[in-house]
Design a protein around this ligand. Structure first.
Ligand code: ADP
Ligand code: ASP
Ligand code: MG
Length: 586
């Protein structure tokens, strides 16, 4: 006898007929001898309707009352779902988040799960009932109803599967699996048979709306087997698995975060404390930042750029302006009309030329790239919002994702990340707390920086095509937000290739009126874990202790599973010790 959690999204329970059809799936599982927990979303667009209702009353509804209101959507659908099962002659009991005992923190409208009690649900399952659980909601320590954030029913489902030690978590939705990109945006997108947790985590966090990214944090941390499949067609769907079980490719998918905003703190004093002042203030108000890029300082001043979801722009701007005034920066600029295009693949690290291919595809479409950041398994480019869909199309095509899965399987050479950090998870106070696994030091790289590159479409493409042709394997790439029509691009290569990199870079720079600087030996420090980007303030936990230790950071890159910083080689060991302490690693 297996225990299965089945989750049905809004479109899958949009009307009585669909509820009956979904109920039939749960009944069939149960009849086959399995225990079944069903997690249900609000019917159709009910949550949007409730949001609009609140807006019709006031521009600024209290977050607590918002949760009271939004949680009703799921309460309706669980009751109807249970009735549908009863009508078919089977046992079912519907439960709200509070009745189950889904305890969250008190961050209304985006609460995080702290713990889930299993006694009540297990008792009902053992009595032969199908349990119908309301998705997206919980209760805080003071008895207030909370919700987990839009799309949060996925997170309820995977979290329940984790605590119940379910054999499988089935996500039933309106697509028949995870595609190489959103099939609504690009009809030629292809369904993937399997995808690694880390890839799905990155894709979801970088804009692929098919799964709530926090649900994949649970899946990875607790090793939950998840399958995404169609509610309406009987097809196999896509398995989400540990990296050593999924097919490893250089590129598995493309994601578009279309509502992003860029903020730059201009002319900040080029000293270690500036980043800390900025990012600690942003973290305090719970804003999760991405694409953090710092320009090489000139005249003792540097620019610090980062992106936030557009919804957080006003709040983030207020914070950044206050910091600018307090540290004596020159000013703050922003762009509220940008989008982030990302390619993701666990085999990227071991593959050559991925960056060059991506930037060439964008350049061929005359799409200007404002900023670039990379991690081991993803490359993100910031473009004008209007260019977003064309950028996805171009990149998807460049990697042949419509025919294959984005390059040959990695095989043994593939860079497979570690699987679920269960021993770390056991020590967490709350189930959804940030899980930090390790801090690694790599002192084998050199850093090359171009300054004063003309800010025209195709510059990054030219640079990385030539770098690729020269056989150089690049690791981190960062392009800063252009200033006065000039961009700055930095990248790291193995120190052994430094001479060659300088030769190539000097040639590229000479042809474009740019200059080249380099650091022959740098240290890259990587904090690894789960949920690193989506938990606000993780980057700042690193800026503060490094600043106090007098260490300047040359490059930063963020991802859900890794936070990398590059510092001068002589600071490598010291930084490692400082960061291990800061992140509570022995
Ligand atoms: P549900 O209501 O079942 O939770 P969602 O609307 O949240 O469903 O998610 C399903 C939608 O996600 C699909 O209709 C699709 O348009 C979108 N989507 C975005 N990116 C992807 C992707 N990479 N693969 C599949 N679907 C995607
Ligand atoms: N009903 C909620 C929403 O629409 C939660 C969910 O569907 O996952 O966001
Ligand atoms: Mg959803």
């Amino acid at each position: 006898m297996a225990l299965v959690v089945q989750k049905f999204g809004g479109t899958s329970v949009a009307d009585p007929e669909k509820i009956k059809a979904a109920a039939a799936k749960a009944i069939a599982r149960h009849a086959a001898g399995d225990q079944v927990v069903v997690v249900v979303s609000a019917m159709g667009h009910q949550t949007d309707i409730l949001v609009d209702l609140a807006k019709a009353i006031t521009d600024r509804p209290s977050a607590r009352e918002m949760d009271m209101l939004l949680s009703t959507g799921e309460q309706v659908s669980v009751a109807l779902f249970a009735m549908a099962i009863h009508a078919a002659g089977h046992k079912a009991v519907s439960l709200t988040g509070a009745q189950i005992g889904i305890r969250t923190d008190s961050t209304h409208t985006k609460a995080r799960i702290r713990s889930i009690s299993t006694d009540h649900v297990k008792g009902l399952l053992d009595s032969g009932a199908i349990v119908i659980a309301a998705g997206f909601q919980g209760i805080d320590q003071n008895g207030n109803i909370t919700t987990l954030g839009r799309g949060g029913s996925d997170t309820t489902a995977v979290a329940l599967a984790a605590v119940l030690d379910a054999d499988l978590c089935e996500i039933y939705t309106d697509v028949d699996g995870i595609y190489t990109t959103d099939p609504r945006l690009l009809p030629e997108a292809r369904r993937l048979e399997s995808i690694a947790y880390d890839e799905m985590l990155e894709l979801a966090s970088l804009g692929a709306g098919v799964m709530h990214s926090r649900s994949i944090e649970f899946a990875k941390k607790f090793g939950v087997k998840v399958v995404v499949r169609s509610s309406f067609k009987d097809l196999p769907g896509t398995m989400i698995l540990a990296a050593d079980q999924a097919v490893c490719r250089p590129v598995s998918g493309v994601a578009l975060a279309k509502d992003e905003a860029r903020i730059t703190l201009e002319g900040a004093p080029d000293q270690p404390g500036s980043s800390h002042a900025l990012f600690s203030s942003l973290a305090e108000s719970g804003i999760a930042v991405d694409m953090i890029v710092q320009n090489v300082g000139q005249g003792g001043r540097a620019g610090i750029s980062f992106t936030v979801p557009e919804d957080d722009l006003d709040n983030a701007l207020d914070r950044t302006r206050a910091v600018a005034a307090s540290i004596g920066a020159e000013g703050v600029s922003h762009d509220g009309g940008v989008a982030k295009v990302s390619v993701v693949g666990v085999g990227m690290e071991a593959a050559e030329g991925v960056a060059g291919r991506m930037f060439t595809a964008l350049s061929a479409e005359k799409i200007n790239v404002h900023m670039i950041t990379t991690s081991e398994i993803k490359i993100s480019a910031l473009v004008d919002r209007a260019d977003g869909p064309a950028a996805v199309r171009a990149v998807h095509k460049a990697f042949g994702l419509e025919h294959g899965d984005g390059g040959p399987p990695c095989g043994a050479a593939g860079a497979l990340p570690k699987s679920s950090p269960l021993d770390v998870v056991r020590r967490l106070e709350g189930m959804e707390d940030l899980a930090i696994e390790d801090c690694l030091l790599d002192s084998s790289q050199a850093l090359v920086t171009f300054a004063d590159l003309p800010d025209t479409p195709g510059v990054a493409a030219d640079v990385f095509q030539e770098v690729g042709r020269a056989g150089l394997v690049v690791d981190m790439i960062v392009q800063s937000n252009p200033r006065d029509g000039h961009a700055e691009i930095s990248f790291t290569v193995p120190a052994a290739s430094r001479d060659k990199a300088i030769e190539v870079a000097t040639r590229i720079a000479a042809a474009r009126g740019a200059t080249v600087a380099d650091v022959p030996h740098v240290s890259k420090l990587s904090i690894t874990g789960v949920g690193i980007r989506s938990h606000a303030g993780v980057a700042d936990r690193l800026f503060m202790p490094l600043a106090q230790a007098g260490v300047n950071i040359d490059l930063v890159s963020t991802s859900e599973v890794r936070l990398n910083v590059v510092v001068a080689a002589e600071h490598g060991e010291k930084s490692l010790a400082v960061l291990r302490k800061a992140f509570g690693l022995a």
